[in-house]
Design a protein. Structure first.
Length: 269
């Protein structure tokens, strides 16, 4: 779990205070000492026992996975209730509901650009307003309503998108309804990467990532390791497009001829 932040100690304190329990109240309810509870809440106990994890999970009706991996205090009350009801926060993208943004003087959201040198730090600081304030940002006309960011690409795994182009992505708050093989910028947790892939949600809390370039094999990642999904909106490049291949040119010519024939037939009627 190198590189994965654990939120257990802040989560149990948050949940206790949300229920308006004192430390004495909670320690009696789950049958642990108040001193032990203090140590767990303060983070002095780094590795809680499996038995303790089960006790907190059952008391607060929150999965052990969520207690460990999700920063519960930043979620809204509605999402906490969804977790208590057993809904899968990973596949809904619900852990991402609090998204830091920057705005211009007219209170319109900026489009932030994540340069290559900033990609390594983005996965650690993507929800930090101070970090975002230091990124290049600008406005782009004709963007639909929503939050957008621009990410540079590397490598040739998504050809015919040219290597080094910049992808503008539309932030996906809820992942449940995206279609199979939707092109997205995928921000991965920890020491992993920011990748541009075709995304398909699995039923086993995994996400399939595919390249357009058949030379690259598809692979899966755990939904819990995905921090953000940005659905492809458009791309920008300084690469001049290649001339049409012969077959493409022939197909275009045939289409033009068929259109002209259809127009002549219509004119004779």
């Amino acid at each position: 779990m190198a590189g994965t932040k654990i939120f257990f100690h802040t989560n149990i304190r948050f949940l206790r205070e949300r229920k308006r329990f004192s430390q004495d109240d909670l320690s009696q309810l789950i049958d642990i000492s108040r001193i032990k509870l203090q140590a767990l809440e303060s983070g002095r106990t780094k590795n809680p026992s499996a038995a303790d994890l089960v006790k907190f999970s059952e008391q607060f009706r929150i999965s052990i996975d969520a207690l460990l991996k999700i920063n519960l205090p930043v979620l809204g009350e509605l999402k906490i209730r969804e977790l208590e009801a057993g809904n899968d926060v990973y596949m809904t993208g619900g852990k991402l509901r609090v998204l830091a943004i920057t705005v211009d003087k007219s209170n319109k959201e900026n489009l932030e650009y994540i340069p290559l040198k900033a990609k390594a730090g983005y996965a650690r600081s993507y929800n930090d307003p101070q970090y975002l304030a230091g990124l290049p940002r600008f406005s782009l006309p004709n963007l639909p309503k929503g939050t957008f960011r621009m990410f540079p690409t590397t490598g040739d795994s998504m050809l015919p998108f040219p290597e080094g182009c910049d992808i503008i992505g539309h932030y996906l708050e809820d992942w449940k309804n995206i279609k199979a093989r939707t092109p997205c910028i995928v921000v991965l947790n920890g020491m992993q990467d920011i990748v541009f892939k075709l995304v398909t949600l699995g039923t086993d809390r995994n996400i399939l990532l595919e390249s357009l370039n058949p030379g690259y094999q598809p692979y899966t990642v755990a939904a819990a390791d995905v921090l953000e999904l940005w659905q492809f909106h458009s791309y920008h490049t300084r690469v001049v497009p290649e001339p049409q291949a012969d077959l493409q040119h022939i197909a275009g010519s045939i289409k033009t001829i068929l259109t002209e024939i259809q127009a002549l037939k219509s004119a004779k009627r």
